[in-house]
Design a protein around this ligand. Structure first.
Ligand SMILES: [Zn+2]
Length: 519
């Protein structure tokens, strides 16, 4: 399983008694689902290293001293704040969070916490203001031209503006618009340029200030390198766009080695995790907020969907069609493998890494598609069906598992379930039943005595199959007749279980009515 393989490779190439696993994100709006793959990947690797006896610290950083460099959709009112650090941009809801960065960061933290990832969260703005980066800033100012040359050599870019330090303008509070024009070892001279960047306008102020304790920040490549050194990061992955040759990871690696005397962490370049499907609020897959994905399924299943594919495989998760029932079936197979009832070591480990906290008991798992069908049948006691199938009473853990499935199924039926999974038992004989053929009507009439025998779902299902054969009906004609009589459509759940779960007198009355023998 890829997490175990990564952990083994880390142990081989970066042996250390203590590992620091770091992931980070600039909270510049609602955090997208691709970043969730990042957190879960790092959480799994941290778990795997800890399991192998290492002391592990798992960090998650919100880079909220980064400037706001674009407006979230529908937030043109924030235009005046472009260029300010994210921690200084107003919160969409000041009662919920004190800043723009906090608002979106806290939302994302709540999501990955629910999915079982519990890193120590840090906010870069706090570290700057506490002076944690001061030494790194001093080094960057002292050796600025060396850093710029090094960065140009690695990136192959001749772009002029890559001074490793960005000063906060004392006049307008922007950090994205300033350039450093002098440094005397105590104060940094800077200019706030109206035209430095296309996305924000500086105020024209020129001044001198201390770069320390929040007076400036490191440009993000140098900041990445400084963090690795400061925190002693040994493992840090990033989306593949950062991991290209001469890309940001290579540039930060060169700086940490040449300037800060540190070692780049073990890199993990992971692929996109897209969420597709016509019904998602954002149509562009990569832009789907993590919250929308996490709302689809309970934590273990959402996590399983992320952990199951290899990290180098691009995922386009479309919650429509058969995706969710198949995911659940795969999850159940993984559980059987984990508890030794199926031989699939890879899936067994996937189940382990999908664990989101709480118990990992070997519970009874009623198939998701069954649950989705059952919870649409009025008056059915799903727990009783589960007990019958289990062949014994449900334990509290069985019951909790079933409740989670029912909740997922109901949500799925309201949102992404394809029409053939959705049905509603019609209170009166549907008009469409008038189109039933004489053969179908005879078949329904013959079904009455079978239903009256009060068979269990499985036996009734077998009996219906036998009856269909006796009547020489194709499956579609036979089962279609049942669905038309009860649901007013051509397809539906497995008929035996379906009819067995309904009130028997109701079923008999309806069959007679549909057969034309009402009364
Ligand atoms: Zn300014």
């Amino acid at each position: 399983m890829w997490v175990d393989l990564l952990a083994e490779e880390i142990r081989r190439t970066r042996p250390a008694p203590r590992h620091v696993v770091n992931d980070a994100k600039s909270p510049s709006g609602r955090v997208h689902v691709g970043s969730l793959r990042g957190v879960i990947l790092h959480d799994c690797v941290a778990r795997a290293l800890a399991d192998r006896g290492a002391a592990v610290e798992f960090l998650y950083g919100y880079d909220d001293y980064d400037p706001l460099d674009g407006l979230p959709a529908g937030r043109d009112d924030l235009a005046a704040h472009l260029g300010r650090p994210l921690c200084d941009v107003p919160s969409p809801d000041p009662a919920a969070a004190p800043s723009f960065a906090r608002y979106y960061g806290d939302e994302f933290t709540a999501i990955f916490t629910r999915l079982g990832a519990r890193p120590r969260v840090y906010w870069t703005s706090e570290l700057y203001r506490e002076g944690v980066f001061d030494d790194a800033i001093r080094v960057a100012l002292d050796r600025a031209s060396e850093i710029i040359e090094l960065d140009r050599a690695i990136s192959g870019s001749r772009k002029a503006e890559r001074h490793p330090v960005q000063v906060v303008c004392e006049a307008c509070g922007k950090i994205g618009t300033t350039v450093v024009v002098g440094w005397d070892g105590a104060l940094v001279a800077y200019a706030c340029r109206p035209d430095k960047v296309a996305w924000a306008q500086g105020c024209g102020h020129e001044g001198r200030r201390s770069p320390f304790r929040g007076g400036s920040k490191l440009q993000y490549i140098t900041e990445w390198a400084a963090k690795w050194r400061l925190f002693g990061v040994t493992v840090e992955g990033a989306g593949k766009d950062h991991m290209t040759r001469g890309g940001s990871h290579d540039r930060a690696s060169a700086i940490v080695e040449a300037i800060y005397g540190g070692r780049p962490p073990f890199p993990i370049a992971y692929e996109w995790f897209l969420v597709g499907g016509r019904k998602m609020a954002s149509s562009r897959g990569v832009g789907v907020p993590a919250a929308e994905f996490a709302d689809l399924l309970r934590p273990e299943l959402a996590r399983f969907a992320i952990v199951r594919p290899h990290f180098r495989q691009q995922v386009n998760f479309d919650p429509g069609g058969e995706t969710i029932p198949l995911l659940y079936d795969e999850f159940d197979r993984a559980a059987r493998a984990y508890f030794g009832r199926e031989d699939d070591p890879d899936l067994a480990r996937t189940f382990y890494y999908a664990h989101a906290g709480g118990g990992m008991a070997d519970v009874f798992r009623l198939r998701f598609a069954r649950v989705a069908h059952l919870c649409q049948i009025p008056s059915v006691d799903i727990a009783a069906v589960a007990e019958a199938e289990k062949g014994g009473a449900l334990t509290p853990a069985d019951r909790a598992e079933l409740d989670a499935r029912v909740a997922d199924a109901r949500r799925w039926l309201e949102t992404y379930a394809p029409p053939h999974y959705r049905f509603e038992v019609q209170p009166a004989l549907p008009d469409t039943a008038a189109a039933l053929t004489p053969e179908q009507r005879r078949f329904l009439a013959a079904l009455v005595p079978l239903v009256e025998q009060a068979l269990a779902g499985e036996e009734l299902h077998a009996a219906i199959h036998a009856l269909k054969g006796e009547h020489g009906l194709a499956p579609k004609a036979a089962f279609g007749a049942i669905y038309q009589a009860f649901l007013g459509k051509d397809s539906g759940p497995q008929a035996g279980w379906f009819l067995a779960a309904l009130d028997r007198d109701f079923v008999v009355r309806r069959l007679r009515e549909a057969a034309g023998q009402a009364g």
